[in-house]
Design a protein around this ligand. Structure first.
Ligand SMILES: NC(=O)c1ccc[n+]([C@@H]2O[C@H](COP(=O)([O-])OP(=O)(O)OC[C@H]3O[C@@H](n4cnc5c(N)ncnc54)[C@H](OP(=O)(O)O)[C@@H]3O)[C@@H](O)[C@H]2O)c1
Length: 389
């Protein structure tokens, strides 16, 4: 069915949606001929966004309210791909996933809420396969750099040794950035849901929560800081690990276990030099500390442009094969991970679905559906680097 637009940015009036719309407006001015629109629940607010991002006067504005399923269906009927930043997804996202699955519309989001993601997989994966709807969660810093980092490492392992690394460790070496009101609200919604229903805590702490019917070997819990003699650094827990690890295992699951059915994966952050721990003054620590101070942020708020532009990240992946073979990969990104880099990653994910690949319907991860095609785009256009040896 012919749709009016290649893509719609739904939630363009929010902090992250505004950045995504700004990025697409700049791409369009750079000659990237794209038919697109912005959507939200208030046309007045959307008009203001359109002016602020320097979009053409005729950029279409689409009214859709998360509380009005008919408006979501009407929006889905008009677009090949919906980018949504209307979160927390567990509060505002279910009807949109249902509408995309029903109408065969592709969908990308920034979800880091695994209990809701599992509910959506159970409810819509089969229907999306039937209708051809390509639904892709977690197209931001959670979890693209980690998902594609492991994919890159495993490609190198196959090239060097003819088989995958059974054990992979992701180590966030550097990160600088901030936090938005919407992300704080999403983290708060997850904690509130777990407090209401303690059964959810089991799902939250299960590395295989997103691989229905499959459970692999025991995985490191990584809740305790520890010295790593191989890297000669102190490692501390990484707050995003619970979502990223689940997505990495789902990628392996969806692709038929190319990393092995006995694959073991964990993520930790490198602490400052062992003698500097008392100071905890490095930028990585400051970024993570801001995650826990996020409660004061209002929806719509987030890091300043200057803060975003000063941001960056660097992740090392270490792969080990049972016979002693070793392989390494590194992923880096410019701008702050959560918003500057994230807005480019989700926009390029949507463009990858519009332009680069067809793929089957279903509830996907970025790595399983878009893998190398997305990695190429991110390297060429979004300031990420991927290397392996
Ligand atoms: N995983 C990652 O890497 C990552 C990174 C960044 C953000 N995120 C996630 O992205 C989401 C957005 O974050 P943010 O900071 O951009 O949030 P935000 O600034 O609060 O924006 C939320 C958006 O949702 C819209 N909205 C709320 N209720 C609605 C409804 N009933 N109907 C239609 N629209 C509605 C708001 O519209 P109004 O303007 O009309 O209120 C606004 O456009 C959060 O879930 C966050 O966790 C994830």
């Amino acid at each position: 069915m012919k749709r009016d637009f290649d893509l719609i940015v739904y939630g363009a009036t929010g902090y992250t949606g505004h950045l995504i719309a700004e990025y697409l407006a700049a791409s369009s001015r750079g000659g990237d001929s794209l038919s697109w629109a912005i959507a939200g629940r208030s046309i007045d607010k959307l008009e203001k966004v359109s002016t602020e991002i320097g979009a053409p006067d005729d950029l279409p504005l689409v009214k859709a309210d998360a509380a009005d399923p008919a408006s979501l269906h009407a929006m889905c009927d008009r677009a090949a791909v919906i980018i949504t930043t209307v979160g927390p997804y567990q509060l505002h996202g279910s009807e949109l996933v249902a509408a995309c699955a029903a109408t065969g519309t592709a969908y990308v989001d920034l979800c880091g809420e695994p209990v809701w993601m599992r509910r959506m997989i159970d409810a819509h994966h089969e229907e999306a396969k039937r209708t051809g709807a390509r639904i892709v969660f977690s197209c931001g810093f959670d979890s693209i750099p980690f998902d594609l980092g492991v994919l890159t490492l495993q490609e190198k392992a196959r090239e060097k040794f003819g088989r995958p690394a059974r054990r992979v460790k992701a180590r966030l070496r550097k990160m600088k950035g901030g936090m938005s009101g919407g992300t704080a609200a999403s983290a708060g919604a997850t904690l509130a849901a777990a407090a209401r229903d303690p059964a959810l805590i089991r799902l939250l702490s299960d590395p295989f929560a997103l691989t229905p019917g499959f459970t692999g070997p025991s995985q490191p819990s990584n809740l305790i800081p520890g010295y790593d003699p191989a890297m000669n650094v102190l490692l501390v827990p990484f707050p995003m690990a619970p979502i990223n690890t689940k997505n990495v295992h789902r990628t392996n699951f969806l692709l038929g276990h190319p990393y092995g059915r006995d694959f073991v994966y964990d993520e930790m952050m490198v602490a400052p030099g062992i003698w500097e721990i008392a100071g905890v003054a490095t930028e990585t620590f400051a970024t993570v500390a801001s995650l826990f101070r996020g409660g004061g942020l209002k929806p719509g708020g987030g890091p300043t442009r200057e803060q975003r532009e000063r941001g960056f990240y660097d992740i090392l992946f270490l792969g080990e094969l049972p016979d002693g073979g070793r392989v390494e990969a590194v992923v880096t990104g410019d701008l702050d991970p959560g918003y500057g880099s994230t807005s480019k990653m989700i926009a390029e994910s949507a463009l990858c679905l519009v332009r680069d690949l067809k793929g089957e319907g279903g509830v996907w991860t970025p790595g399983a559906l878009m893998g190398p095609a997305l990695r190429k785009r991110l390297e060429e256009r979004a300031g990420l680097t991927f290397s392996a040896r």
